[in-house]
Ligand binder design. Structure first.
Ligand code: DGT
Ligand code: MG
Ligand code: MG
Ligand code: MG
Ligand code: MG
Length: 268
């Protein structure tokens, strides 16, 4: 095919292939969700509709795109981990990141009504994306631990903060001052002595965030089957199906990874 004289502009495209053998992590984060949460009347500190919609959108990303082995979300962010041996889109960072961001954003709008029945979506939300590569299982696990630790720190802070404001009637500035310099133990103590709340009993989705993984489940369906003698009969057929399952469990310790040894590939 003859080439036009404009063809050379292609050479301006730069290579953004992700290094081989590395896990490719795409993290999305809601743009200016401080304002978005206010305007859409998100409950404080945690809005279960908003968290449910984030998880629904992340599930759509995993189901529609290839090679995502685990995803982790909290607040207005979600991280997607591509298998280290993935060759999807020739491992081009911009392709992977933009597919994740656009699939997530369109799902967020598409499924909005399922979660926010009486709250109209007032303007189109956006999400930023970034790509980070992790060369070892340890690094990847530490990345996920970092996001989960962030979830815990913020949730503990926000839980006490909004108790002080909503139950004790402190202004937001007063609550901020009250919590300045406090450690986790102090916050637990305030929750327990002043509000009778044992933080350990708070809901797991808020304390731990949401982890999505693929799991095989046996599914039995009744199917009308033709027998050799020509007769038709309803027969149970069991097949193993892969589906995305959600967990709200600890990712920092060993247990989760021991119970799900197939998520990560061996380092060697
Ligand atoms: P950014 O990411 O730099 O564009 O700015 P923001 O405002 O999105 O900041 P970020 O991502 O650091 O913090 C997330 C914001 O989203 C934070 O202000 C609280 C809000 N948010 C997230 N989930 C909830 C929720 O369940 N309830 C409420 N009330 N707010 C939430
Ligand atoms: Mg931010
Ligand atoms: Mg944000
Ligand atoms: Mg955020
Ligand atoms: Mg195209």
């Amino acid at each position: 095919m003859a080439k036009s004289k404009f063809e050379y502009v292609r050479n301006f495209e730069t290579d953004d292939t992700c290094l081989r053998n590395c896990y490719i992590v795409v993290r999305l984060d809601g743009r200016n969700f401080h304002k978005f949460a206010e305007q859409h009347k998100f409950a404080k500190p945690n809005d279960d509709r908003a968290l449910g919609l984030m998880t629904r959108s992340a599930r759509s990303v995993m189901e529609e795109l290839e090679d995502i082995v685990v995803a982790y979300g909290q607040s207005d962010e979600f991280s997607f981990v591509f298998n280290r041996s993935s060759t999807w889109f020739k491992r081009r960072a911009s392709k992977l990141m933009t597919h994740v961001a656009s699939q997530f954003s369109s799902s967020y709008v598409f499924y909005w009504k399922e979660f926010f029945e009486n709250q109209p979506l007032l303007y189109p939300p956006g999400f930023d994306g970034r790509v980070v590569l992790y060369p070892s299982n340890r690094n990847l696990r530490d990345y996920l631990s970092w996001r989960q630790a962030d979830c815990h720190i913020n949730n503990l802070y926000n839980t006490v903060f909004w108790m002080l404001v909503q139950r004790k009637g402190l202004s937001t500035t007063q609550a901020e001052d009250r919590l300045k310099g406090t450690l986790a133990g102090d916050k637990n103590e305030i929750l327990f002595t002043e509000f009778g709340i044992n933080y350990n009993n708070e809901s797991a989705v808020h304390k731990k965030g949401t982890t999505l993984i693929w799991e095989k489940r046996d599914e039995t369906v009744i199917k009308r089957t033709k027998l050799p003698n020509g007769e038709e009969k309803d027969m149970p057929i069991t097949r193993s199906r892969r589906r995305v399952e959600a967990y709200h469990c600890d990712l920092i310790g060993e247990q989760f990874w021991e119970e799900h040894p197939d998520i990560l590939e061996d380092d060697n």
